[in-house]
Design a protein around this ligand. Structure first.
Ligand code: PLP
Length: 465
């Protein structure tokens, strides 16, 4: 029998430290951390007290992403039911390749897949959980390749030059996918986006025609629902018509923006998503489930196994009474964590309505933030804000060049980060750089929004006086 009382006590001590008030970021450089923490390993072991001390330092030196002052990434906050699920999943060490190694987690994963298919409107859809939005987009492109070149799995690309299309605002994971799948990153076309950061369908069609003229083989369109920098939603319906006309696979990257599907008020941002062939989502972004927790949904059942399965039948995927429940043949991974547990626990605790409420609350906070920026004499909004990304900058009275404005706003971000008061970051859109504020924490209030804007303005004033 196991006795985990000691580990439980150890964890409690670390949690006590975690719960104490502390700055959102220590801003310690790698050199400074190495001076205080010896991460070297050696032949001899150590006692529990040493491990606790390291764990406390580890937590103390990590940015505290659970705080409402953490605006840097596409997630912020702490989702307690999901954290509980994460701990239980690690305790069981379930493996998702076969039903027999993860009976309940498999059924939970299938329920999550069913729920997402309903949200999207894939009537007979299938899906599988993946290691992140990047893998979701990789699988989406892989399905497109399989759809266009059926024998690709066995025979490779057969000398064809396959071409994929995403917007010039798409996440870099499409480049990774084009590289991994043998498409070549030069054959991933970044289609022009409009002033609101949305892919322009007419430009997409022009690019497809141009590829055809070169004798290339278009195969995949990857739209984004919620772009990384400004949160733009690509128009699905006109692109679905183009995909149909040229027999291309239509994938939607919903890693960041798909949670709007929970909200009656905001799901219009993804209207006609059911016209797509696949969609990826992340629960570890807006839904605040601990990293990683993501999935890919596919409209036509059977596609995943068709495109992916191969091998393992002799020792792993036994044809027993539960063979239909083995998720491993739909996955590019062999060993896979039971991520379903934390997503399911979070969904069970919050209900779908809880997720809808989060989207709606944060949209109200976003509207407040945009209004404050628009009414502030020193702030300029650099892009419209359809979702929960706000890109703006501080501009002093004196005219500065684009490069000077970029430097100024980067310095504002760095100074706030090193003071530990707010963790914000910078980004650029259409040649203009500014501060990217992400509203992802459900506990955000209008006072918190006002506070971070006031800190940015104060810092900007200080730097330009
Ligand atoms: C739009 C979009 N797609 C995909 C990804 C990649 O997701 P992940 O970090 O889960 O691999 C990101 C990450 O920020 C993203 O913003």
């Amino acid at each position: 029998m196991h006795n985990l009382n000691n580990e439980l006590e150890m964890l409690k001590q670390v949690i006590q430290d975690f719960e104490k008030d502390r700055p959102v970021n220590t801003a310690a450089s790698a050199r400074e951390v190495l001076e205080t923490l010896d991460v070297g390993l050696s032949d001899s072991g150590c006692d529990s007290e040493t491990l606790i001390a390291f764990a406390k330092q580890y937590v103390g030196l990590n940015p505290d992403v659970s705080q409402t002052d953490f605006f840097k990434l596409l997630y912020s906050g702490l989702n307690a039911p999901a954290l509980f699920g994460e701990w239980v999943a690690s305790l069981s060490n379930a493996n998702m390749h076969t039903y027999q190694m993860s009976p309940v987690a498999t059924l939970m994963e299938l329920e999550l897949i069913k729920q997402w298919n309903q949200l999207i409107g894939y009537e007979h859809g299938e899906g599988v959980l993946v290691s992140g939005g990047s893998q979701g987009n990789l699988i989406g492109m892989m399905l497109g390749r399989h759809h266009k070149v059926g024998d690709c799995k066995r025979l490779g690309l057969l000398g064809k030059t396959l071409v994929a299309y995403v917007s010039d605002q798409a996440h870099y994971s499409s480049q990774r996918a084009a590289n991994l799948l043998g498409i070549g990153t030069d054959n991933l076309i970044g289609v022009a986006s409009d002033e609101e950061g949305r892919l322009i369908p007419e430009e997409l069609e022009k690019e497809i025609k141009s590829s055809l003229e070169k004798g290339h083989t278009p195969f995949y369109i990857g739209l984004t629902a919620g772009t990384t920098v400004i949160g733009a939603y690509d128009p699905i319906k006109p692109c679905a018509e183009i995909a149909k006309r040229y027999a291309l696979w239509l994938h939607v990257d919903g890693a960041w923006g798909a949670p709007v599907l929970f909200s009656k008020d905001h799901r219009h941002l993804m209207s006609d998503v059911s016209l797509s062939d696949s969609m990826s989502w992340d629960a570890h972004k807006l839904l605040s489930v601990p990293l990683t927790a993501s999935g890919i949904q596919v409209k036509n059942p059977g596609m995943l196994k068709d495109a992916i399965a191969g091998g393992g039948g002799e020792y792993l995927f036994h044809q027993d009474e539960n063979a239909d429940f083995n998720l491993g043949e739909k996955s590019i991974q062999c060993g896979r964590r039971a991520d379903s547990l934390k997503v399911w626990m979070s969904w069970k605790a919050n209900g779908s309505q809880g997720f809808a409420n989060k989207v709606e609350h944060l949209q109200i906070m976003k509207a407040h933030c945009v209004e404050q920026i628009e009414n502030h004499p020193r702030f300029t909004l650099l892009a419209p804000s359809a979702y929960l990304n706000i890109l703006f900058r501080y501009e002093p009275e004196a005219a500065l060049s684009e490069e000077q404005l970029r430097e100024l706003n980067i310095t504002i971000c760095k100074n706030l980060k090193s003071k530990g008061s707010s963790f914000i970051d910078y980004a650029s859109f259409k040649g203009r750089s500014g501060i990217r504020l992400i509203l992802g924490n459900v506990d955000t209030t209008s006072e918190i929004v006002d506070n971070v804007l006031a800190l940015c303005a104060e810092e900007g004033d200080l730097l330009t006086q």
